[in-house]
Design a protein around this ligand. Structure first.
Ligand code: NAD
Ligand code: AKB
Length: 321
């Protein structure tokens, strides 16, 4: 492997749900100027990083990626740019182009410049034939375009690791629940949107059925897992290094609505499934994350009640400030 041009950090897709929080955490740890936030979009007032550098960068532009990496002295890339499942089902060509094409751009650049790379995967790698509590090692037969691009991402990542020694690390995030940025066009977005609706309208029209059970995780746990796997000794990472299962909790949409009602008694929720129900039904109810626990010490902190308390408290604080 060649020596990287520097030790700064580049985050792609930084204006999204995860990037908004990951950039802040990385800056707290490594210093504001060390972390270059990038996205294809311009930041707006809600999503802006005044404390450190931002530049426009499309992950489909390999030349711009190489120039940014060399000019900015980058050593590590957190590659978050993607099209999520619901948007991906509506526009499969875009989903494939951005998710697979973008990952190839990042991996090619990583190989040529000796970069360390984080590429997130998803519970979407599993299909309807997976056990309902999905094990780390399973036959991956996703039925969504998004899920297929995530499987390809894991396979590509392992190939670049084995063939070229690229230090690739990845996690199969569950549906992520956060309050700072909106969810970005996924099937699990209901578990974020419901909190905004409960506080603002007292009512939510949920697009999956009451008994839909999916693996979920609070954003703080997801950021912690990301930092842990990136800091882990490379020799402790096994054959799952491009996509470790990580578990937060598992609950139905009805259980989530009930826990919110316990805290906001006037809150009501209807369940009117749309095209996203089919996507949700193709994913597991829960995941087994023992390999992540064994290999690099993973353990989540947030259960459903703690997530609901944190979400309501932070959204209310945010509204009144
Ligand atoms: P998001 O949709 O909120 O953000 C993605 C960002 O990528 C957006 O800001 C968008 O502008 C940007 N983008 C799109 N096309 C781009 C391009 N060509 N070049 C550069 N930027 C581009 O997504 P997120 O929720 O932050 O997800 C980040 C990663 O984590 C994705 O790989 C996603 O598949 C994965 N993931 C997320 C979740 C979740 O619940 N949020 C769960 C599992 C996996
Ligand atoms: C989505 O719903 O598309 C994402 C994911 C689980 O990958 N949140």
């Amino acid at each position: 492997m060649v020596e990287p041009p520097g030790d700064r950090i580049l985050v792609t897709g930084a204006l999204g749900q995860i990037g908004t929080e990951l950039v802040s955490e990385l800056r707290k740890k490594h210093g504001n100027d060390t972390v270059l936030a990038t996205d294809i979009r311009e930041p707006d007032n809600d999503r802006y990083f005044p404390e450190g550098p931002f530049c426009n960068l499309s992950v489909l532009d390999g030349e711009a990626m190489e120039k940014t990496v060399t000019d900015e002295g980058i050593g590590t890339v957190y590659h978050l740019a993607a099209i999520l499942s619901a948007t991906g089902e509506k526009n499969p060509e875009l989903c494939h182009r951005v998710n697979v094409g973008g990952t190839v751009t990042v991996l090619e650049t990583a190989r040529d410049f000796g970069l360390k790379v984080f590429v997130p995967s998803s519970i979407a790698v599993f299909g309807p034939d997976s056990p309902r509590i999905a094990p780390q090692k399973a036959t991956l037969n996703p039925t969504t375009t998004y899920g297929k691009t995530k499987v390809t991402g894991e396979v590509l990542g392992m190939n670049y690791f084995k063939q070229y020694g690229v230090d690739i690390r990845g996690l199969r995030y569950p549906g992520l629940i956060s309050w700072k940025a909106p969810a970005g066009g996924g099937t699990t977005d209901y578990a974020v949107d419901i909190f905004h609706a409960a506080i603002n309208d007292g009512h939510y029209n949920c697009f999956v059925s009451e008994d839909t059970r999916l693996p979920m995780m609070y954003i703080d746990d997801a950021i912690m897992a990301t930092e842990m796997i990136m800091q882990a000794d490379g020799s402790s990472l096994g054959t799952s290094r491009a996509g470790y299962n990580i578990r937060g909790c598992s609950f139905t949409a009805g259980e989530l609505a009930d826990r919110i009602s316990l805290r906001i008694p006037e809150f009501t929720c209807d369940f009117n499934p749309d095209f996203r129900q089919k996507v949700a039904d193709s994913w597991p109810n829960d995941v087994d994350d023992n390999p992540a626990k064994d290999d690099w010490g993973w353990e989540a902190n947030f259960n459903l009640d703690r997530i609901v308390d944190e979400m309501l408290e932070n959204l209310r604080k945010n509204q009144s400030s």
